[in-house]
Design a protein around this ligand. Structure first.
Ligand code: GLA
Length: 385
């Protein structure tokens, strides 16, 4: 059963009538441009065909009541009395309600059923997906106009200020404005976007190492601080403003760790621009090489990979269908992404899983991903898709 049918049917069973709306928002995988978003840099993610779905109907009062099919639990809050609490999953919805209200959006209450197939905590932006799905639910229930970039910024604000994770803008932007069949070049300073088609006859395969690292947030915040220190040392607002030439000429002024962090960001921005060029030419080989180089930079300069990520990336690269592979997302565990020949994608996934299992004793998950559209209202009275 599709998630669309699943949430609609569950809504009907719970409330005794069909939902007025069904909304969805996707997770994402980043092809290249890692740890660059909070340096005002550029990223190249695509929205994937895994999403959070909500079936809902507006309420006459200011209550939001949601049943999670995945967690088999209900939670509720009052739009006039938003305060932090539990369970943790409802805080994403509350945070979005808080950010939208603060920005002046008139919000109506609603009741709904939520379910998703973005694996949680795997680095595929399950949080951005729930945030953007919530924003779409509020839009459907309340009828305000949808401005993807502004809503993405507000969802980021919810995550930064309500949930307390100091993420950049990439995940919310791609979940908001992704485009089917395309990756999206996002300039994280201007929020300009450009849709870039995947090279012909290629597939994007996500390889979940089944490792998760607990202290991701503190390590992530430490990297942010190191990047800010590097930018300050160069006297610029963000590492985006440092060219590879300037880094080569003046990098010696930084301490060795800060230099490595800065070198990753500066070279990663250059690689991401080169990746767009390669994609525009349909050059899968060149794109794959850039992904390989990105992984090396994240491994040795930014130091955000773990053994599991390095192992699965090496195994992936050893397969004949593979153009290139790298860790994706924040790192420290979670997923890698590989660009492979489309016709061999399933066989590739099977072989990588078997070899990884044998090497580590861990059970990986493999997803051959299609690039999908960003958050949408897919069904509803007067829906605004
Ligand atoms: C996480 C954050 C993003 C981005 C990536 C690293 O996914 O949420 O904002 O910084 O890590 O590229």
């Amino acid at each position: 059963m599709s998630l669309h049918t699943l949430v609609s049917t569950a809504f009907q069973a719970r409330f005794g009538r069909p939902p007025a709306y069904v909304v969805r928002a996707p997770g994402r995988v980043n092809l290249i441009g890692e740890h660059t978003d909070y340096n005002d840099g550029i990223v190249l993610p695509m929205a994937i065909d895994r999403a959070v779905w909500i079936a809902l109907s507006p309420r006459a009062d200011r209550q939001v009541r949601v049943y999670s099919l995945d967690l088999k639990a209900e939670a509720a809050f009052d739009l006039d009395a938003l305060s932090r609490g539990r369970p943790a999953w409802i805080e994403y919805l509350k945070g979005v309600a808080w950010a939208l209200s603060e920005a002046g959006y008139p919000l109506a209450g609603w009741e709904g059923v939520v379910a998703g197939d973005v694996p949680r905590g795997a680095g595929l932006s399950s949080s951005a997906a729930i945030e953007l799905a919530t924003a779409r639910a509020f839009q459907a229930a309340s009828g305000f106009p949808w401005q993807g970039k502004e809503i993405a910024l507000l969802c980021q604000r919810a995550e930064n200020r309500w949930v307390g994770m100091n993420c950049g803008i990439m995940d919310q932007m791609i979940s908001a404005v992704g485009r089917a069949g395309h990756a999206l070049l996002i300039d994280c300073r201007t929020l300009e976007t450009q849709a870039v088609p995947l090279p012909p006859a290629t597939a994007v395969v996500v390889l979940d190492t089944a490792t998760r690292r607990g202290l991701v947030d503190s390590a992530y915040n430490e990297r942010r601080r190191q990047c800010e220190a590097a930018a300050a040392a160069f006297g610029v607002p963000a590492l985006r403003d440092v060219t590879p030439e300037r880094l080569a000429a003046e990098g010696h002024r930084l301490d060795p760790v800060t230099l490595r962090r800065a070198r990753h960001v500066v070279t990663e921005n250059a690689r991401t621009l080169a990746a767009v060029e390669a994609m525009q030419k349909g050059d899968a080989v060149a794109l794959g090489r850039l992904m390989d180089a990105s992984h090396a930079s994240l491994r040795y300069d930014f130091e955000v990979t773990n053994d599991a990520l390095n192992t699965i990336v090496e195994i992936a690269r050893g397969q004949p269908e593979c153009y290139g592979a790298r860790m994706t997302g924040a790192g420290f565990g979670g997923c890698a992404v590989a660009l492979v020949r489309a016709e061999g994608a399933e066989a590739f996934g099977g072989r990588v899983a078997a070899a990884y299992r044998q090497a580590t004793g861990l059970e990986p998950a493999v997803y051959v991903c299609a690039a999908s559209d960003g958050a949408s209202v897919v069904e509803g009275v007067g829906s605004h898709a």
